[in-house]
Design a protein around this ligand. Structure first.
Ligand code: GCU
Length: 683
């Protein structure tokens, strides 16, 4: 099926004309005022050679003609053969499917390995034109570094989104699929424009109703979504419930080694592929946070995953098995159990035991998407297992899309981390892309930050994280500054002043957030449950394994080999050594790895307690300047986006003050040590 209309904002539920700039995100296609540039485009790209009429080809033609009309003011003719100047797309067998080469040689040409490559090339060229890039010396040769570039939705069929901060689900309402094809198509356009090629559309916590997504009850609807995404080169995944053989199939158990269970899954996948022949596969959260899994039957994760892998293999499907497995019923009195150790302890012994179409999806850190964590020690350690690195776009612990936090600097740091597992230079980015171990499948996934809000992401500035995620997974060598300037040109126009202000606001925003919240890698000082706002002891005596152990002398978690949990030994030798010693441990992670006294002196010459006070005062100052910089944009960008963002930044400021005062007071009361600068700390 082809969805051959071009989206019209007026038909998207909850979106009206005043929301247009917010909704278009980075696909504004603003009219280019330079006559010289427009004339150049008109002469070089008068026509476009038509393609073969497939779904993706149709998207390519639509995207190209629509965007050129909006930016340049003329509609390029789609012709059977370009004779003079025009855009020609040529498929080259020797190129990889998603690769492309855009060049100007006897006219502008796109050489592509396949339709997806051509689609990416068109979006790249449109971006280039919007930024008024040179068209004469065009020579852009690209292919994605990561084969799988995934967004995981945590959407429930009742319409809610787990950890969703941007409205309701764009897919579901009241246990049914929404009639939302215009938004779905616009979503697919946004994703394809930055190279995302796979999406899972339901929460990893698969409840009763969602367990039926793989059945006749919903497969027609799932197929409708797949149709729309297919036209943009995006393949569909579903999260499944490991207990489906019981919940859906009426069996008495879900033991992966029993034949009736295997037969259930085989039939289920046959049905899914009947409805969606290019279905990509399934995402599984098993034996994690009270979800069912193979442990119930005394089976390993490998046995559990391999059974599904066999059932889906005849269709070339994949099983993405999450490694977020730990004891969530821990006793806080028990100092020997360390949640950070859990993923490695569970999965490392299984390296090499998984089938070729199983991929382990590993969260970037060992805990859970905190402001700062070390890289998960499993990444790089698993050498004979397919691996995907999991990020979180949803800012669950990073201000929930009410605080502006540009996540790219965090991801860059993670991707550039040297795990040391194959000697110096075994970077996370190369493990994710498959370069290091050459696995059968690899890539990056991220929990989405989207909902049905008119600006998609709740905070208009959070759009940059989705944009940046796509760009970075396509090419992890891009740097955060360049990605930001691309995004700001496309989203807010090319005025230098606007770009400088956005850079001043966003580039330091992760560090600013870290300063007023969580010092030196400690994490978890948030309200339990919803995870918004400060609550230093909120999790301290709870069952989740998330403690800071602050007492009157100091704080932090001793994860050393000698006196602590031994977690540091999970890293390759060189890193293990560095982390194990407080004198060599990177200071931003000091309290993640060590329990340290308040008066321990950091390299800055400050004590830990003084560092806590200082960073919290600085963090608030940082937000004050974010607000001031944004206010300087008044009149330079449209009123709607201006006022939406201003409102959130003002909230961020008052909330940062709350964080600062609660943290500073807490540690002042614990330590009894005064701020040497005698600033206001409440008693
Ligand atoms: C976090 C998050 C949960 C989520 C879980 C997961 O714990 O708070 O909502 O289900 O991660 O990644 O599975």
């Amino acid at each position: 099926m082809t969805v051959s209309f071009y989206p019209d904002i007026k038909t998207v539920s909850g979106v009206n004309n005043s929301h247009a700039t917010s909704y278009r995100a980075w696909l504004q296609y603003t009219f280019i005022t330079s006559t010289t540039y427009r004339e150049q485009v008109m002469s070089l790209l008068k026509e476009m050679e038509c393609l073969n009429g497939s779904d993706i080809s149709e998207s390519i033609e639509q995207e190209w003609t629509f965007a050129i009309r909006k930016m340049i003011g003329f509609q390029p003719a789609v012709v059977p053969e370009v004779k003079g100047n025009g855009l020609r797309i040529v498929y080259v067998d020797s190129m990889e499917k998603e690769a492309f080469h855009i060049k100007n040689e006897d006219g502008i040409q796109i050489l592509a390995g396949g339709e997806a490559g051509a689609l990416y090339a068109v979006f790249t060229l449109l971006r280039h034109i919007q930024r008024q890039g040179d068209l004469h010396s065009l020579n852009m040769k690209e292919k994605p570094a990561n084969p799988l570039r995934i967004i995981n939705h945590w959407d429930n069929m009742d319409g809610s989104v787990e950890r969703g901060y941007a409205g309701e689900s764009m897919f579901y309402r009241d246990d049914s699929f929404r009639e939302n094809i215009v938004r779905w198509k616009d979503y697919a356009r946004l994703l394809a424009s930055v190279g995302i090629n796979a999406v899972s559309i339901n929460n990893v916590n698969v409840h009763k109703v969602e367990s039926y997504l793989i059945t006749e009850r919903y497969l027609k609807d799932v197929a409708r979504v797949a149709d729309i995404f297919r036209a943009y080169g995006i393949r569909l995944l579903l999260s499944i419930n490991y207990a489906s053989p019981m919940e859906v199939g009426g069996l008495t158990h879900a033991d992966p080694l029993e034949e009736d269970v295997a037969a259930f899954w085989k039939q289920a996948f046959d049905d899914v592929y009947q409805a969606i022949p290019d279905f990509l596969g399934v995402v599984v959260k098993a034996d994690s946070e009270n979800r069912p899994g193979p442990f119930t039957y005394g089976r390993t994760h490998a046995e559990g995953a391999n059974m599904l892998a066999d059932a889906i293999a005849p269709h070339n499907g994949i099983v993405i098995w999450r490694c977020f497995v730990y004891d969530c019923h821990q006793d806080w009195r028990d100092r020997t159990t360390d949640r950070a150790r859990a993923a490695y302890d569970h999965f490392m012994p299984l390296d090499g035991a998984f089938k070729d179409n199983v991929i382990l999806q590993i969260k970037n850190g060992p805990m859970d998407f905190q402001v700062r964590e070390p890289v998960s020690p499993l990444i790089g350690a698993l050498k004979q297992t397919n691996v995907i690195v999991e990020f979180q776009l949803a800012q669950e612990y990073l201000g929930q899309q009410r605080h502006a936090v540009y996540l790219l600097p965090q991801w860059k740091e993670i991707l550039n981390f040297d795990t040391g597992h194959e000697g110096e230079g075994t970077f996370v980015k190369d493990i994710a892309s498959g370069k290091t171990y050459n696995p059968t499948h690899s890539g990056i996934a991220a929990v989405g930050n989207l909902g049905d809000d008119y600006n998609w992401t709740g905070h208009t500035l959070a759009q940059v994280n989705l944009y940046g995620y796509g760009r970075l997974t396509w090419d992890p060598t891009l740097n955060e500054d360049d990605i930001l300037s691309e995004w700001s040109d496309l989203t807010f126009g090319q005025e230098e002043h606007i770009q400088q202000l956005l850079e001043a606001i966003l580039l330091p925003s992760w560090l600013t957030y870290e300063r007023y919240t969580s010092p030196l890698g400690i994490g978890w000082m948030i309200n339990p449950g919803h995870h918004y706002g400060p609550n230093i002891d909120g999790y301290e005596y709870d069952a989740w394994g998330t403690y800071h152990f602050a007492d009157r002398n100091g704080l932090g978690v001793d994860r050393t080999v000698e006196t602590g949990t031994g977690y540091t030994s999970q890293y390759a030798e060189q890193n293990a050594k560095i982390y194990n010693d407080p004198n060599t441990c990177p200071e931003e992670l000091l309290l993640f790895f060590h329990h340290m006294p308040y008066n321990y002196e950091l390299t800055s010459g400050k004590t830990i307690i003084q560092h806590i006070y200082d960073t919290h005062f600085e963090g608030v100052k940082g937000v004050e300047s974010m607000v001031a910089n944004w206010e300087a944009l008044e009149g330079k960008i449209d009123d709607k986006r201006f006022s939406d963002v201003l409102e959130r930044l003002k909230h961020q400021l008052s909330h940062a003050i709350e964080w600062r005062d609660i943290i500073n007071t807490y540690f002042y009361r614990k330590s009894g040590i005064k701020d040497i600068h005698q600033r206001k700390i409440y008693e």
